[in-house]
Every structure is written in structure tokens, then in C-alpha cells.
Design a protein around this ligand. Structure first.
Ligand code: ZN
Length: 241
């Protein structure tokens, strides 16, 4: 086989392998990432609940202030009541007393209601925090393995990248440019085998003339249908003969 073609085949195999690392690494991280996402969702919920609790506490405090105001108002009414002179005055004070007591009871109910809601939200937060802790544990456990696998994969990738640099340094620049041009649209199928007289890039049948040319010639030949570089594995030619 032509030396340039041999190099092109090797280069395309190396490129294909280099491209396979990214999905491989994603696959390694997949499980761990999904647990991290779950944990972050819980953390976000906890944050929202805590904001809610602060808000509820503020509302409760306002009611407490109001409650204190109402209490001192009741004291005032009681004081005035002891100095009342006419029945009309007494009636008016009585009404004010009733209204104030009603407001007081309402404020007390509100405070109770806020207390209950705050307790409820706090227990939800606690539950979520337990989940977060569990997830943190499994993140820690998985991280060791994932990092080890990632490191190994990274090392393999570096090894192959070194192989590529070496091969490229030995190749004809014009042929590399030609290959890269095809690779831009054909990706990892820029160099394909011809099998059963069909291009294994576009799967179209190749004419007898081009087929025999691919077998015999020392030139680099492209598929007449798609333009990919085609070659015949010498082993498969021996088998066909
Ligand atoms: Zn083709």
C-alpha cells in the first residue's frame, strides 16, 4: 500500500480515537453529575425555605409590636374607664375596649399561625438537609473512582495525541490539508474502507473500473459519490481473490 495512504488511514483512526474521549469522559462523570444536580436542587430548596422563614419571622415580629400597642391601649381604656363621667362616654369606651380586644385576639391568632408555619418550614429544611447529607456521602464515595478513571482516560488521550503529533510530523503537508478539508464535513469518516465494492462512508456501490483502480493504484482515490478518501484493506483483497 502507498505510504501516504497508509499514513492517512492511521491518522483517521487516531482522530477517531481522540474524538471518542470526550463522550467517554462524559460517561464516567454522568452518575456523579446527576447526584450533584440532585444535591444542588435540595440546597436551592433549603435556601428558599430559609428565606421564607426570615420573611415569616418579620411578619410575626410586626404582629408582636402591634400586640404590645394594643395591650397598652387596653390599659389606657381601663384608666379612662375609672374617670368616666357620662353614660355616653362609658358606652364609647366600652365599644373601643371590645374592638381592641378583638384586634388583640386576631394578632395572637396570627402569631400562632406564623409560629406553626415557621415550625413546619423548619422541619422541611431538616428533612432536606438529611437528604443533602446522604447525597454528600455518596458524592464523596464516587468522586475517588471517577477522578481515578478520568485521570487514566486523560493519560490515554495524551498518549494518542503524542502519536498524532509524531505521525503528522512525518506526513506530507499537502495530504494533511486535503484530509482536513474532507474531515470538515465528513468528520471521523473522512477515510473509509471499500467493502463488497461499496464505499463505507456513503454506502454507494463503486463501479468496476474505480474498484480495480482502488485495488491496483498507488494514488489516493476518493469516492466518486461522496468524495471521501477510499481504500481497500489488503487483507480483504486476499480474501476476495
Ligand atoms: Zn462514498
Amino acid at each position: 500500500m502507498n505510504k501516504h495512504l497508509r499514513q492517512l488511514i492511521d491518522l483517521s483512526k487516531i482522530d477517531k480515537e481522540i474524538d471518542s474521549f470526550e463522550p467517554k469522559m462524559e460517561e464516567i462523570k454522568k452518575d456523579l453529575n446527576s447526584i450533584i444536580t440532585d444535591r444542588d436542587t435540595f440546597l436551592k430548596e433549603i435556601e428558599n425555605l430559609n428565606e421564607n422563614i426570615v420573611d415569616l419571622k418579620n411578619k410575626k415580629r410586626k404582629n408582636e409590636t402591634h400586640l404590645a400597642e394594643l395591650s397598652s391601649k387596653l390599659e389606657d381604656i381601663a384608666k379612662k374607664n375609672s374617670q368616666v363621667k357620662t353614660e355616653k362616654e362609658a358606652k364609647a369606651l366600652n365599644l373601643e375596649d371590645e374592638i381592641t380586644k378583638e384586634q388583640l385576639s386576631f394578632a395572637n391568632d396570627e402569631i400562632d399561625r406564623f409560629d406553626k408555619t415557621i415550625e413546619n418550614q423548619k422541619s422541611k429544611t431538616k428533612e432536606l438537609q438529611t437528604n443533602v447529607n446522604e447525597l454528600e456521602k455518596s458524592i464523596k464515595a464516587k468522586e475517588v473512582n471517577v477522578n481515578k478513571n478520568l485521570k487514566e482516560t486523560q493519560e490515554q488521550r495524551e498518549k494518542i495525541s503524542t502519536q498524532k503529533s509524531k505521525l503528522i510530523s512525518e506526513m506530507d503537508q499537502k495530504i494533511i490539508t486535503f484530509y482536513e478539508k474532507i474531515r470538515r464535513w465528513a468528520g471521523n469518516t473522512a477515510v473509509v474502507e471499500v467493502n463488497k465494492q461499496a464505499c463505507y462512508g456513503c454506502f454507494m456501490k463503486i463501479s468496476d473500473r474505480i474498484h480495480s483502480e482502488v485495488i491496483k493504484t498507488e494514488d489516493i482515490i476518493t469516492c466518486p459519490h461522496c468524495g471521501r478518501i477510499i481504500y481497500i484493506d489488503p487483507k480483504s483483497v486476499e480474501q476476495e481473490v
